[in-house]
Design a binder for this molecule. Structure first.
Ligand code: NAD
Length: 370
């Protein structure tokens, strides 16, 4: 598909291709929608097989950011940068400073953060060239590791689901199957354990599980078994696409609430299938918005207490999504998409009001007749 056709299909405003011979940087920055504010999104470094694959990823992910920010009530648009390259071998100070230069050239239309394949250090290099970089370390005034805030958002979102399903948001005695024992899962498990939930955990790396078991008690299960555990809550915190034709039949849970991105392999089909099965699904981008909230807070002068307080708001956002899903009899993921779109439509109307402008932009119109 042609670039413009692709942009039109997803509704993108702008796509920037960056190619720099000296540093080897090949990057695509996709700005989806800036109705709510500057596009904010991560920088993914990946071994894309070709430009097409990188472009598709940038378009899909940046669109997702528009929805995530809108539902979370943040005033940011959706954007994403992808860097074509191997994160294990192709990183350098020059690469990320060059990337920072390109971001700077966008004069604030796009604000970059870290994502898969990039880390705080990379963003610090980029930050040397642009103030439009976030996700830097606490030591130099940044927000640092976002996972405690992400995990807290997942936890309160899970409680909102529990309240909807059982009339109480207490998780004491509830069985929770946690997929993945990474950063988000580790913090989440601490909240669950402290509240008295019974945890079943899995990971493909034993040492990750052991690290989690340093601070909590949990039953350890094999990766393939996690779907079939007789637990009331399934919490995916590892990979995407784990709700699919194969896993759907195995699931015995009543609630799915986890931090992983893109949990539904097919949004339409599997969102509907969960609804038909009577499983309450907390849409991934709603419940894992804590990471975005964290970096957004950095731009206001970071304070973790404020970020945590804001992440706590995910409880009522999930409630709103569940209510809409119930009233309109639609899957929860469709309900959250609608809420995001309604806010965008609504706020775009504010733009119709003229409130003064310091820059003269040819308001006289054309001076000469064509
Ligand atoms: P992480 O890499 O620290 O943890 C992921 C864990 O999943 C790893 O320990 C990995 O070994 C494990 N894993 C991989 N494949 C597995 C499998 N088949 N079965 C079981 N475990 C498997 O990542 P994270 O930062 O904890 O993020 C977890 C998820 O949450 C990701 O999908 C991420 O995109 C999403 N997310 C994270 C944040 C954040 O703040 N870090 C924010 C929003 C969304």
């Amino acid at each position: 598909m042609e670039t413009f056709e692709q942009m039109e299909e997803y509704g993108h405003e702008q796509v920037i291709f960056c190619d720099n011979k000296e540093s080897g940087l090949k990057s695509i920055i996709a700005i989806h929608d800036t109705t709510l504010g500057p596009a904010l999104g991560g920088t993914r470094m990946w071994k894309y097989r070709n430009v097409d694959e990188a472009m598709k990823d940038a378009l899909r992910l940046s669109r997702g950011m528009t929805y995530k920010s809108s539902v979370a009530g943040l005033n940011f648009g959706g954007g994403k940068a992808v860097i074509i390259g191997d994160a294990a071998t192709d990183k350098s100070e020059l690469l990320f400073r060059t990337f920072g230069k390109y971001v700077d050239g966008l004069a604030g239309r796009f604000i970059a953060a870290e994502d898969v394949g990039t880390d705080v250090k990379d963003m610090e290099y980029a930050r040397m060239e642009s103030k439009y970089i976030t996700g830097i370390s606490k030591a130099i005034g940044g927000s640092g590791d976002p996972t405690p805030v992400t995990a807290y958002g997942v936890y309160v979102g899970m409680k909102a689901c529990a309240h909807e399903r059982w009339g109480t948001d207490s998780l004491r005695g509830r069985k929770v199957a946690v997929q993945g024992a990474g950063q988000v899962a580790r913090h989440l498990c601490e909240y669950l354990y402290n509240e008295g939930a019974e945890i079943f955990i899995t990971d493909i790396y034993e040492e990750k599980i052991e690290y989690v078991l340093d601070t909590i008690k949990a039953h350890v299960v094999k990766p393939a078994e996690i779907y079939e555990i007789n637990a009331e809550i399934f919490s995916p915190n590892a990979l995407g696409s784990i709700i699919n034709d194969d896993t759907l039949d195995k699931l015995k849970c009543e609630i799915i609430a986890g931090g992983a991105n893109n949990q539904l392999e097919d949004e339409t089909k599997h969102g509907m299938a969960l609804m038909d099965k009577g499983i309450l699904y907390a849409p991934d981008y709603v419940i894992n918005a804590g990471g975005l909230i964290n970096v957004a807070n950095e731009l206001e002068g970071y304070r973790q207490d404020r970020a945590m307080k804001q992440a706590e708001g995910i409880y009522s956002i999930v409630q709103k999504v569940l209510k809409k899903s119930k009233t309109e009899n639609i899957p929860t993921n469709v309900a959250s998409d609608k809420i995001a779109e309604e806010r965008l439509q609504c706020i775009s109307k504010v733009r119709n009001i003229y409130s003064g402008d310091s820059t003269f932009r040819g308001r006289l119109g054309e001076l000469s007749q064509r």
